[in-house]
Design a protein around this ligand. Structure first.
Ligand code: FAD
Length: 319
């Protein structure tokens, strides 16, 4: 169908698509602009199998998680660095949440991700230790991919053009209504913290990133959609740290980005208005970008059908 593709945008969407197209023998030009608020450059890369207040397994996680980890392990080997860091995810449960969480833990689709439960731990009603999670070094992946296949400036190659512009495209109303959310995140040095696990609780998380450093976040803000860190955002992340019981930290960096959200973290691909798009990774780009990029590459190169649930045209018709 197309063996010459220009990708606009080198975040997780565009970079995963570049790898998947290359693996299918396509010629790829990856064109990206540096902008304030690029999500993949600030993301913690956390993959948490069971998320949110509702303790819900992520959408189709059993299918997308193994593909994502295998993809980043393979890409890391090819680049010569580690991109996927498996870690237990320790979910801290407060007394008032416990009845709901305890009921959820009995469901087989939740129980399969639970390593063990420790009750009455460190002032929390319970600590649920989840397996299968970890961290993707999204920034290193995007930078290395751009170096490998990036093109200078805005010059386009021939063939099909695929828009992978994240929140920037959505804010231009390229796909109708959106729910993009700004997120602020701190990078911290915490000498006393345990760097072998991811902590989730108090409305946020703490993710080890190596060398005694951690990322903590993240805020959600729907009005000011820009890449500017704010004092209020920093205070909110510091509130999360307090709730997690983290003290004695030094702030090394404070960043902000905009999550490309259309319908939670369920992405969309395909053709609309004469353009091919890949967008809507939401808060879970690390989990979904590789598998969704593969489907788009198979459509572009082999003419394989895009499944209804991911097809942008169908969503725009029905939504
Ligand atoms: C604070 C924060 C924390 C997060 N934490 C996590 C996490 O722990 N785990 C997780 O899985 N996800 C996380 N996310 C979400 C994750 O970052 C996104 O799902 C993902 O990065 C989106 O990738 P993308 O490629 O669609 O968009 P982006 O990463 O924003 O990339 C789009 C790129 O396109 C470029 N561009 C735009 N228009 C054009 C154009 N016309 N021409 C050329 N280039 C263009 C932009 O400059 C940008 O580089 C977080 C996000 C934020 C903001």
């Amino acid at each position: 169908m197309a063996d010459d593709v220009t990708i606009l945008g080198a975040g997780l969407a565009g970079c995963c698509l570049a790898w998947q197209l290359k693996a299918r023998g396509a010629a790829v030009r990856l064109v990206s602009e540096r902008r304030s608020g690029e999500a993949s450059r600030v993301a913690a890369g956390l993959v948490n199998p069971v998320t949110g207040k509702n303790y819900q397994p992520s959408w189709r996680i059993a299918e997308f998680l193994p593909e994502s980890t295998a993809f980043f392990e393979r890409a890391g080997r090819e680049i010569g660095t580690t991109l996927w860091f498996p870690h237990p995810v320790v979910r801290l449960v407060a007394e008032k949440e416990w009845p709901k969480v305890a009921r959820k833990l009995e469901r087989p689709d939740v129980a399969r991700w639970v390593e063990r439960v420790e009750e009455d731990a460190d002032g929390w009603r319970a600590r649920v230790i989840l397996k299968g999670g970890g961290r993707v070094d999204a920034r290193a992946f995007c930078e290395a991919t751009e170096k490998k296949w990036g093109a200078e400036g805005g010059e386009r190659g021939g063939g099909r053009v695929v828009r992978c512009g994240g929140a920037f495209d959505l804010m231009d109303r390229k796909l109708g209504e959106h729910r993009c959310a700004k997120g602020e995140i701190l990078t911290l040095r915490i000498p006393e913290a345990d760097g072998s696990r991811i902590l989730v609780g108090g409305g946020g998380w703490l993710v080890p990133v190596g060398d005694g450093l951690f990322k903590a976040g993240a805020t959600y803000e729907w009005d000011e959609l820009d890449g500017t860190p704010t004092a209020a955002g920093r205070a909110r992340v510091e509130g999360i740290l307090k709730a997690l019981g983290i003290r004695g930290f030094e702030v090394v960096a404070h960043e902000a980005g905009v999550r490309p959200i259309i319908r939670r973290s369920m992405p969309l691909i395909g053709e609309t208005g004469g353009e091919v798009v890949f967008n809507g990774l939401g808060s879970k780009g690390s989990l979904y970008a590789p598998g969704v990029a593969r489907r788009l590459a198979e459509w572009l190169v082999d003419g394989a059908e895009i499944e209804e649930e991911l097809e942008v045209g169908r969503w725009l018709e029905c939504g």
